[in-house]
Design a binder for this molecule. Structure first.
Ligand code: HEM
Length: 259
C-alpha cells in the first residue's frame, strides 16, 4: 500500500513538474534552506535574549550634593544599581552613559569614583596621579585640565561636589608656641585664598578668550556682509574721484576674497 502511494507520488511529481522525483526533492530542500537563511538575515531574531538593564538606561542623573572622596569611591561602577561618577576639580559628573569608558574593564575605569584632575592634567594613568591635587602643575597641564573640564561640562551632568576635608584641629601640645602655629595657619589660609583667586582669574581669562573669539567671528561676518553689499552695488553712475575710489575698493575686495 505504502509502496503504491509512493509510486503515485513519484508519477505525479514527474507529471506536474517535468522533473525526476530526486531532482524535485533536492530543489525543494534547497528552497526551504534558502528561505530560512534569507528571512533570518532580514527579520533577525524575534525573541532576543533579555538584556540586563544597566543604571544609565533607567535612571536620570541624581543630584547628590556634597560627597566625600571616600563616599565617591563607591560610585566606581562596580555596583550596577549606582550611578557611575567621576570628578574634575572637585565637581562630580555622572558618566554612567560612558560605561564603556569608565565601567569595570573599560580603558578609563581607573578614573571612576575618583577626582581624576591630576591624571587628566598630566595625561597620566599612574596611581600617584589619580587624585584632585593640583599642586605643582604647569600652565599647559592646567590648560589641558581646563579643556577636560569643558568637555565634561558639555557632555555630562554635574551631580555634586567633593566635600572638603575638615581642617585638621590645631595642635594643642605645648611643644609648639601658639603664635607660630597661628602664623602657619594664617599663611595656609592666605595661600589657599590666593590660589582660589588665581583660579577665578584663570577661569575669567578663559571665558574672555571665548567671548573674544565669538565677537571676532561676528565682526568678520559683518565685514563680509558690508564688502558683499558694496561689491554687488552698481557704480556706473559715479564719476571722477568717487568712481576711482569705488574701483579701488572693488579691487581690494576682489583681492581679499580671491574673486
Ligand atoms: C595612545 C593614547 C590614547 C589614545 C589612542 C586614546 C584614545 C581615546 C579615544 C578613541 C577616546 C574616545 C573618544 C570619544 O569617542 O569621545 C578616548 C577617550 C578618552 N580618553 Fe583617551 N586615548 C589615549 C590616551 C589617553 C590618556 C593618556 C588619557 C588621560 C590620562 C585619556 C583620557 C581619556 C578620557 C577621560 C576619555 C573619555 C572622554 C569622555 O568621557 O568622553 N586618554 N581616548
Amino acid at each position: 500500500m505504502a509502496v503504491q502511494l509512493l509510486e503515485t507520488l513519484e508519477q505525479s511529481i514527474t507529471a506536474f513538474t517535468g522533473l525526476s522525483p530526486a531532482t524535485f526533492i533536492t530543489l525543494l530542500a534547497l528552497s526551504v534552506a534558502g528561505y530560512y537563511a534569507v528571512s533570518g538575515f532580514f527579520a533577525g531574531d524575534n525573541h532576543p535574549p533579555p538584556r540586563s538593564r544597566s543604571y544609565e538606561e533607567d535612571m536620570p542623573p541624581v543630584q547628590l550634593g556634597e560627597v566625600s572622596e571616600e563616599e565617591l569611591k563607591g560610585y566606581n561602577g562596580n555596583d550596577p544599581k549606582k550611578p557611575l561618577l567621576m570628578a574634575i576639580k572637585g565637581q562630580i559628573f555622572d558618566v554612567s552613559q560612558s560605561r564603556m569608558f569608565y565601567g569595570p574593564g573599560g580603558p578609563y575605569a581607573l578614573f571612576a569614583g575618583k577626582d581624576a584632575s591630576r591624571a587628566l592634567a598630566k595625561m597620566s594613568f599612574e596611581e600617584k596621579d589619580l587624585n584632585g591635587d593640583l599642586t605643582g602643575l604647569g600652565v599647559f597641564e592646567l590648560e589641558a585640565l581646563q579643556d577636560w573640564e569643558y568637555k565634561f561640562m558639555n557632555k555630562y551632568v554635574k551631580v555634586g561636589t567633593i566635600k572638603k576635608p575638615e581642617p585638621a584641629p590645631e595642635p594643642t601640645t605645648n611643644d609648639q608656641p601658639a603664635e607660630s602655629s597661628s602664623v602657619a595657619s594664617n599663611l595656609t589660609n592666605a595661600f589657599s585664598e590666593m590660589n582660589r583667586r588665581l583660579q577665578d582669574i584663570y577661569d575669567l581669562g578663559a571665558q574672555r578668550i571665548e567671548e573674544n573669539r565669538e565677537v571676532t567671528e561676528i565682526m568678520r561676518d559683518r565685514q563680509w556682509a558690508q564688502d558683499f553689499e558694496f561689491y554687488s552695488k552698481p557704480h556706473d553712475h559715479l564719476t571722477g574721484k568717487a568712481l576711482k575710489m569705488a574701483i579701488q575698493q572693488k579691487e581690494r575686495i576682489e583681492k581679499k576674497y580671491n574673486l
